[in-house]
Every structure is written in C-alpha cells, then in structure tokens.
Design a protein around this ligand. Structure first.
Ligand SMILES: [Zn+2]
Length: 451
C-alpha cells in the first residue's frame, strides 16, 4: 500500500515546494501535488516543517573492526540517523585491518552485520604497495578509493607518492571510480615543523599548529592530483579542502573539463583559527581550521559551485588520545567528532550568510550520492529513489550538549555551540529510524555496493 508524506515545504531538485510524496516498498513512487492524497492512504502530514532528502555523508571514519573502542557501526549509524544522515560512506583507515584488499572488506562487512541503523558503503584504500589488490576491491563493489599524500596517523595505511599513484591509477583505468585524496604533501609540513622546532615554538598554541600545516602543502598536493587526473583521464576527488589558496587551480581544472570534484567539511565552514584556544585539541584536524577570511572564501566557493559538497570527516578517538591536559597540538590525535550535527551547523552558517536552504540538497545529499555512485537512488526526493527523508524544523534554536551527541565519545568542539534547526524525524527506506529524540525501529541499514 502507498504511504503519503507531505509538507508545504518539500525539497525536490526543483527547489522547495508543497508536495505529497507517495511511498511504496521503501521507494518513492511519485511526487505529486499537495492535495493529491488518495482516500484511505496512510498520511504523514508535516505541515510547514521541511522535508529534505536523507543526507549522504561520504567522509566518515567508523573504525570498526579493530578500533571499535574509538567508534563503531552501532554508535556511528545512530549518530547519523539522529542527524538526518541516511547513508554513510566509511573511510578505509582507522579500522583494522585497513580496507586495502578484498579480504579486509569482507571483515568489515562481517563486523557491520546487524549493527547499522542507516545505509552505508565502504571506500577501498590505495596505499603504498597495494596496486595489485585494487582490482579485487573493484570487483567486490567499492564505490571508489581513498589515499593519503602525507602520513595518515595510521602506520598500517601507508601514504602514497606520485610513483604509487601512477601504479594505482593505471589499475583503475577504465573503472570510472573516483580516487579520493587527502591533499597535503609532506614537504612543506616537514619544513615548517623543523623551523618551528628550531625556534622552540609553543606547541600548546594553536598558531603553532596552523603554521606547521601551511596552505602550500594543500596547494602542492592538489596541483599533483590535477596533473594526474589529466594524464590518466581519472576522476580525482579532493577531500576536506581547507585552503582558499587552491581554488584558482581547481577552477582552472574545471574550466578545462577535468574530472576533479571537491568537498569541504563543516568544521572549516563553522570555526575559525582566531577563536581556537591554546591547548583545545578537540579542534585538531588535518588540514587545520584556518583563518576567518579563509572560511569566508570557502563559503563563496561553495556558493559558486566550485566546491561540490560538504562532509563531516567525523574521526573520533578515545578522549585520552586528545591529551587535553597536556594540550600539545603536535602530540594530540587529529580528528574531529561531529557526526549528527552537520545539518544544523551548516544551516546555521547558511542562514547567517543569507543562503537559502535549497542548497543543502546538492551539498549534503545529491553531490555526495553521485560521488559514491548512488545517484538516482540516494540523495534526492524523486521517483524511484529510496524513501529516505529528514523532517527538519529550520527555526528551532538550541545549544549542543553532551546529551545531543550519539557517537561513542562525547568529546567534540561543537559542545556549547548555539545552532539553529533541529532534526525531528529521519526515515530510511520508508521506515522510521529517529523520532522524538530517540532512535526507532531496528538496525536495518544495508550496504551499497557497485557490484
Ligand atoms: Zn578523514
């Protein structure tokens, strides 16, 4: 039987509109006029609350198997559900084994069984020396691959240089899968760190950490990636862009028709270096959060479409690893925990800048869905797509407390932030997974593969 979801404000690809969505067997059958409700059909009428497509976050570190004490499928997917995210794509590192061959992917699938409250997929990893394992991962259905151009923090996930990238791109030729890259190279970081140490820099100071990860490290990495995208006719995706200094390069690559896509993360759009206290290592991530003027430049690039999407790079760790008492930026684990907060954070920032909520649809749903090969099925309210919805109250003002965090460790730089907009309900394939501030139903998330 058809169920009807309707609101005066449904976000479709055509913008916000009054509509009635007909859902059957977990899929959207039709998007009809607001009045077009068949007699007797069960009706979920949300009035003026906004009905958004379920969000897609293509940059999440779930850490299971192997480091489930950092985060795991159950906690991460519940945090996602509470934040309106109905599809996660897991990064291939921080779990053990790292997802760098088909066997490791199998272990991950096994670990996820029966524990996921939203749908998910897994990126494969490109590391030094695993080129021969890539075809197996492609065959096993990964939507694409992730690599690092600098030490990742995880020794089992070896970073790659140009020679390794060439081997990998040769293997991936013809697969059309994207290669996602952590775009910082080691040279400028090592040189800056050496100089800072010579000067006995204070490593509790945020300005020291910022100086140790110069913009040039990102710019140089992105230049290399663009060069390889052109040479191999590959789709290269820059994860967590943090510097505006790389925007001219990216803009030029786009103008030349290269397949280069770009994401930035909520933390780079929300926080600014000037306001980060010394020793506040919950803000540590790489690349680092840069100055306020840089943040405004990232917003502009989002608005013009040069930056395609916004992800979280949710990457938690046990609180002790942040070494908060010591407060040294060079010793603390890098990674920000934020899963579940991205929608109100981004929306609050958009409101402050006069940007309409319509753009959430591309930035947090359609574009990431497309990156992960889920276009048409996820990230849009349209016929044939999965019935994944977020019921969003855009005007609810609230302050983030530890109780609002559903991931494993309640340590996040967003604690105490004042936000606008609250997720009221989340639906996954036609069934409720979050309502009344509570996880609902069963863990019936499923894995999406290309195969
Ligand atoms: Zn990451």
């Amino acid at each position: 039987m058809e169920h009807i979801f309707r609101s005066r404000r449904v976000l479709t690809s055509g913008g916000l509109t009054a509509a009635a969505i007909a859902v059957q067997n977990g899929r959207i059958r039709a998007v009809r006029g607001w009045n077009d409700v068949p007699a007797g059909a069960p009706l979920h009428d949300y009035g003026d609350l906004i009905l958004l497509p379920g969000l897609v976050d293509t940059h999440v570190h779930i850490n299971e198997p192997g480091r489930t004490e950092w985060e795991g499928f159950a906690t991460a997917t519940q945090a996602a559900a509470a934040g309106g995210v109905t599809t996660l794509v897991d990064m291939p590192l921080n779990c053990m084994p790292e997802t760098i061959d088909a066997q490791a992917l199998e272990a991950k699938r096994h670990a996820a069984m029966g524990k996921t409250w939203v749908d998910w997929a897994a990126w494969g990893g490109v590391v030094r020396g695993n080129a021969d394992s890539l075809p197996g991962l492609v065959q096993a259905g990964v939507p694409g691959f992730k690599c690092f151009l600098i030490h990742s923090g995880i020794d089992g996930f070896a970073w790659v240089g140009e020679a390794d990238l060439r081997l990998a791109l040769e293997k991936l030729r013809g697969s059309s899968l994207p290669l996602l890259a952590h775009a910082e190279v080691a040279g400028p970081v090592e040189e800056a760190t050496r100089v800072l140490n010579e000067q006995n820099a204070n490593w509790r100071s945020y300005s020291t950490y910022l100086a140790a990860r110069p913009d040039a490290a990102e710019v140089e990495a992105i230049a290399l990636l663009i060069r390889l995208a052109e040479e191999f006719d590959a789709h290269v995706h820059v994860v967590h862009l943090a510097t505006v200094e790389a925007l001219p390069l990216l803009s030029d690559a786009r103008a030349r028709g290269l397949r280069v896509t770009v994401e930035t993360c909520t933390q780079y759009l929300w926080f600014a270096a000037e306001a980060i206290a010394d020793g506040a290592t919950e803000f540590k991530c790489a690349p680092p959060i840069r100055a306020a003027a840089n943040r405004e430049g990232l917003w502009q690039a989002l608005e013009t479409g040069l930056i395609d999407m916004v992800t979280t790079d949710h990457s938690p760790c046990p609180p002790a690893m942040k070494r908060r008492e010591e407060g040294r930026w060079d010793k603390a684990w890098g990674g920000i925990a934020s899963l579940g907060l991205a929608l109100p954070v981004l929306w609050t920032g958009m409101r402050q800048r006069g940007i309409g909520i319509e753009r959430i649809g591309a930035w947090m749903a359609a574009a990431p869905a497309k990156l992960a090969g889920l276009e048409g099925r996820k990230g849009a309210i349209q016929p044939e797509a999965d019935a994944d919805f977020v019921v969003f109250d855009p005007d609810a003002a609230w302050t983030v407390t530890a109780d609002d965090l559903r991931f494993r460790h309640k340590l996040s730089p967003y604690l105490g932030e004042q936000l606008c907009g609250r997720v009221r309900e989340t639906w996954l394939r036609g069934e409720l997974v979050f309502a009344n501030e509570t996880i609902a139903g069963q863990p019936r998330g499923r894995e999406w593969t290309r195969a």
